[in-house]
Write a protein that binds this ligand. Sequence first.
Ligand code: ARG
Length: 562
Amino acid sequence: MDYKQLIIDSINIEGVDKSELLALVAIPKDSAMGDLCIPCFKLAKEMKKSPMAIADEIAKSVTKSEMIEEVTSVAGFVNFKFNKIAFAKQTLQDVLAKGEDYGKSNEGNGKTVCIDYSSVNIAKPFHMGHLLNTALGGAIYRIYTALGYNVVGINHLGDWGTQFGKLIVAFKRWGSKQEVEKRGVRALVDIYVRFHKEEESDPNLGDEARAWFKAIEDGNAEALELFEYFKGVTLKEVDRIYKRLHVKFDSYAGESFYNDKMQPVLDELTAKGLLQESDGAKVVKFEDENMAPCLLQRSDGATLYATRDMAAAFYRKNTYDFYKCLYVVAYQQNLHFQQVFKVLDMMGCEWSKDMVHVAHGMVSLENGAMSTREGNVVFLEDVLNTVVEKALRVIEEKNPHLADKEKIAEQIGVGATLFGVLYNSRIKDMVFSIDKVLNFEGETGPYVQYTYARCNSLFDKCGEIGSEIDYKGLDNEVSKAIVALLDRYPQILQESAKKYEPSVVTRYAIDLAQAFNKFYFECKIGTEAEEIKNSRLLLTKAVRQVLGNALGLLGIETPQKM
Ligand code: ARG
């Protein structure tokens, strides 16, 4: 229900543009003042009256209705208070009629949004650092889908570079398929590390690696076979994690995909007079001298990360004709994306304004929290397993007879992990603490999941909702606070999409769960008269629906019992 429009329609004065008024509508800082308000300060100049006089005039003109119970003019604000019963009835009906679709909209109207996220590197560990990235990308993917956009998830694989020459040398000397079969990427990482150690005393290794990399470039069959093998091993492992985190990709076009698509970009840059020689290399220089030149070709002719991103940008524009192209990548790469976007702009691509670097901070672990360490790298899969194991121990302790314990521990552990990294603004660095994200009483995923399960347990206890409903059962402030939150959910989605900020959704889920728990402890449910009980169960059902919808957007499952 569009309550903003509703209050605007209730106003009957001349000489004010209603769309102007609509834009001013806000939520009062102090909820005791009302549910919505219109601050009149901006109107003073145009109307040549004081904000107080304008607010008085507007307030007097309002036609009250079943919904609009009270209108006051206070210090330049017009405050509107809704009737608790009408507000609850209208909102709950809306939530329950839409169900899983509540919060969704068609604002995207099928426009395409590309999201480049997770973008793992072949034969490198999928470590803790990728967690926030993957969680963010997955959430943004689902949020934009819910708003009616056509979303294309792209995993821009790091599958090119001289390191693959090194890896082939290392694999041929010290590696074996059996070992890789057994230990996956860990086996590849080990021999790669060994290569660097041995190279110190055996400089020939470097030459050999360069030769093998050239062999890949030249399409040598053995080199390509090994290269594809490493890729397959990595993707198999990463896929296992993607399934657990509930993320998916529509394209795995990685860096190597652009091998034959860079020359046309370099040619166009040359034709436009933008590519300059610098010590034999080719660069684009910027007017702003504080910005380092963008290196696009090395003196030996080799292309770079930025060259591939240039080619990828054109490919994506031509293939998907995107409305927006997002890059979910850590802030370390701020300069890289500024350079790439700027070069596109200098080439006259007006669509470079549609490219957004959705930058995020770093995630580190508390010292000593993790036992499995490979050098400094902590494999994400180990972290997930540890969180899930701990979740299982909590269940064993609190609810040992719960059915499907393993499955629920996975849902809680993965949910806690996702919720934990998505709780802060994305740009902040964070220290990931397993105990904190798993705290059932904190601002955590398990707390929200537990609240969801609590709603279920009420239905187990009270049975289904009968047809006699008296909304007087919701005529209290605690219920009204919940209704107001439920009503706000669609705007929460819009806001989080606009800011590329899933934390808007995680924070909302906590607010709603806390409001419901307050209701649960303060308002009797099962022992009330049938019609009153039914109204409270209806509220419970709507809360359960919206908590489930919100968690779903974050990639978090909802155990029915906990
Ligand atoms: N593979 C890169 C890394 O791990 C991230 C790639 C991000 N996407 C892009 N189009 N540059 O740093």
